[in-house]
Design a binder for this molecule. Structure first.
Ligand code: T1G
Length: 699
């Protein structure tokens, strides 16, 4: 009997209990334990039925992702499932927590499934660039029909137990103690002489499918560009409908084998662990006492402040929004309510839920009303003097132990902290707009920020549904500092011969949600122009190159908001290349004596993406970023870098750091050190033939 799974008898019911923290993943010992337990109990003449259950917080949460790519050990999952499915006695899977991936597939190899009301089941493999590779694509369609099965598997999201019961994935919901309830269910099966009903034997009625179902479904996959798994999933469901079970299993096995070896899936599996790694701060003890965050305040009810306040209300934390005038406060609170009502109209929140969240948001004009809160997030104008004045006031008013946070995007947090008597309580919480939607939160660690403040804010990030990533203090922290290089190269290539449409198309096809010029049109050219004119030291301009956005702003072209920016826009807000803009660009080239040339797609990728990678390498050297995966998480969650490429640093490893280094050297020779600053880390990795995954070997 393995420690990962034990078995026993209660009367004539055999019970196999999996106990493999943290999530009972199907590691080799777990698979072996289930396999042996089923064999033993099925051979025991006293046993009339078997229950499979798990200790700990959840039923099996999937295959053990840490085993992927390693030589298989012990019985493979399909052998375990065949042993279960061909047992002579009914097997009941008893589910709590989240039965996901191989966990649900194991339950589908059982003959019956029961769960507590709070349980969830799902096949999230597509989120790892995979497909359910243990019969999920063949058994689920037999239980719930191919149409619903295809949607469930391509969607990948968990299904609450009551809904899973309605879908016939579950046979019963167990109120009360799961183990006793499952045993009672099994005893009832025995009493009724119920068979060991194999899901694989349930026929699929292909005639129930709408005409052209699969062709029509494929049309909807266009939005999942770059991800190979969805198409493979469709092929598996087609096989389930058209072929015998074992044939379908072969198609499925070929599909997951191919996907498992794909770069896309390796990138998405890397992201899975990276999302958890970034929460670990090397020099902060995991069990450090956190400060309580039961109340909050936000200074500023503008776009950012309102969105930040919504995050707290969504998490059930009362939040006070402070503004300077009643008019600004009313406007800000009005926008918050409008956002919630829009969500309600889409059916994603009920009226009661909206009312509850609105009830947690209070407006005020007086700092006196926030003296007792646990955390204040300042989200006012990006001006250092204004921020310093605000933090002096907060320092004088807030209770001891309160956390003083700034949402600044660029300013020096240390300078802000040093105007207070409590710099150890000051931190940066850089939300990304829209703050109530974007998952990324850059947690900016000041030179004097206390470790418990840092740990508290990391925990707060999870509480409010964000992915927190620690950043050091520098201009633009981690993400925007790299973005400024990415954008600067795009701007420079306009002068040399490229068009906005060409650059945007290349980067869109690379996998970015949109290119830099469409993005600027969306954000508003005037926003950046104002920042550059008001904070020239924060946004240094290379005199050798024009800032085309400023040239366009001077002509009243602010972007989508004026239906003209780098593109022109009709009422459909669709970006159309504008010959007038291309003429402005060409005139600037002529004025500066720059002979326009053809710029290749490869050069666009090198100069935008590699420039960002080079800056990321420098951030690692400087300690601004803790790990390469922190940079990747930021770029995927803050800027839409394609997850199937794993983020800029993972992508560099995929194509070869030496290739990136050679290109960066080429551009440094051509354009000088100003843009292409030297990274010793990049050079060391290239010379050592290593990737960022092994960056600690060379620093
Ligand atoms: N394998 C290995 N480790 C896992 C794991 C897994 N499947 N799931 C979680 N962990 C680790 C995780 O890294 C973390 O470790 C700890 O458990 C707690 O996780 C054959 C091929 C279950 C909803 O995709 O969605 O089955 O950081 O922080 O927030 O067809 O974990 O503590 O060291 O996320 O409570 C399919 C993935 C696999 C489910 C719990 N299954 N896991 O969330 O805790 S592929 C999945 C989750 C597959 C089959 C295919 C979540 C959770 P550490 P956590 P949580």
């Amino acid at each position: 009997m393995s420690v990962a799974a034990r078995w026993e008898k209660q009367g004539d019911i055999g019970i196999i209990t999996v106990d493999s923290p943290p999530v009972n993943a199907l590691s080799a010992p777990v698979r072996q334990g289930i396999f042996d337990g089923v064999k033993a109990l099925d051979a025991d003449p006293e046993v009339k039925a078997i229950v499979l259950i798990c200790d700990g917080r959840t039923f099996i949460a999937g295959a053990d992702i840490t085993e992927f790519g390693k030589p298989p050990k012990g019985p493979d999952l399909r052998s375990v499932q065949e042993t279960m499915e061909n047992a002579s006695k009914p097997i009941v899977a008893a589910i709590h927590g989240t039965a996901l991936g191989g966990g649900l597939e194991t339950a589908l190899a059982a003959h019956y499934r029961v769960a507590v009301p709070s349980a969830k089941v799902g096949l999230p493999e597509v989120k790892l660039g995979l497909l359910p590779g243990a019969g999920g694509t063949q058994r689920l369609p037999r239980l719930i029909g191919p149409e619903r099965a295809l949607k469930v598997i391509v969607d990948g999201n968990p299904i609450p137990a009551p809904e899973a019961k309605d879908l016939d994935i579950l046979d019963a919901i167990i109120d009360g103690d799961l183990k006793q309830g499952a045993i009672a269910f099994a005893q009832d099966l025995v009493a009724k002489g119920a068979p060991a009903r194999r899901v694989r034997d349930i026929p699929i009625d292909a005639s129930s499918l709408p005409a052209n179902f699969f062709a029509d479904f494929r049309k909807g996959l266009a939005k999942m560009r770059g991800f190979p798994a969805p198409e493979k999933i469709v092929q598996c469901i087609e096989a389930a409908v058209a072929l015998p079970f074992d044939e379908g299993m072969r198609i499925e096995r070929e599909g997951i084998t191919e996907l498992m070896a794909s770069t896309e899936s390796k990138a998405m599996r890397y992201m899975f662990f990276a999302e958890r790694e970034v929460a670990k701060i090397p020099d902060v003890p995991k069990d450090i006492a956190l400060r309580p965050i039961n109340t909050a305040a936000v200074l500023g009810a503008g776009t950012m402040g309102g969105g930040i306040a919504m995050n707290f209300a969504n998490a059930g934390i009362p939040v006070t929004v402070i503004e300077a005038t009643q008019e600004a406060l009313d406007r800000g609170l009005g926008i918050i309510e409008k956002n919630y009502r829009n969500t309600q109209a889409k059916g994603r929140l009920t009226a009661e839920e909206v009312d509850k969240r609105l009830g947690l948001i209070t407006g005020s004009l007086s700092y006196d009303d926030i003296a007792g809160v646990d955390i204040v997030i300042e989200a006012i104008f990006e001006n250092m003097e204004v921020k310093k004045e605000v933090f002096r006031k907060l320092d004088a008013i807030l209770k001891p132990g309160a956390i003083l946070a700034s949402n600044t995007s660029y300013l020096d947090l240390n300078e802000i902290a040093d105007v207070t008597k409590r710099p150890e309580d000051v931190i940066g919480l850089h939300f990304f707009s829209p703050a109530n939607v974007m998952r990324l939160l850059e947690i900016v660690r000041g030179a004097k920020t206390a470790k418990d403040v840092l740990a508290t804010c990391m925990a707060l990030a999870k509480t409010i549904g964000k992915i927190g990533v620690v950043a050091g203090v520098c201009h633009g922290f981690i993400g925007n500092r790299m973005l400024s290089r990415y954008s600067a190269e795009a701007n420079k290539m306009l002068l040399e011969g490229a068009t906005p449409h060409q650059i945007d198309t290349v980067l869109y096809n690379f996998g970015m949600p949109m290119g830099p010029f469409q993005m600027t049109d969306l954000a508003g050219l005037d926003v950046g122009a104002r920042a550059r004119s008001e904070f020239p030291d924060l946004f240094p301009i290379d005199p050798a190159f024009p800032v085309f956005a400023d040239i366009l702003v001077a002509q009243g072209r602010y972007g989508q908001k004026t239906k003209a920016g780098f593109y022109k826009y009709g009422d459909d807000r669709k970006a159309q290349p504008d010959p007038d803009v291309e003429a402005i660009i060409a005139a600037e080239s002529e004025k500066r004596g720059v002979e326009r040339r053809v710029i290749s797609d490869e050069e666009i990728i090198e100069r935008c993406i590699y420039a960002a990678i080079n800056e990321g390498a420098r951030e690692l050297e400087e300690g601004i970023a803790l790990r390469p995966c922190d940079i990747d998480i930021i770029w995927i969650n803050g800027y839409g870098f394609p997850s199937y490429r794993g983020g800029p640093m993972f992508y560099a490893d995929t194509i070869g750091v030496d290739k990136v280094h050679a290109a960066v050297e080429k551009y440094r020779q051509k354009y000088g050190e100003r843009g292409w600053k030297y990274s010793s880390l990049l050079e060391k990795l290239a010379r050592a033939g290593k990737g960022f995954a092994d960056w600690k070997d060379v620093v």
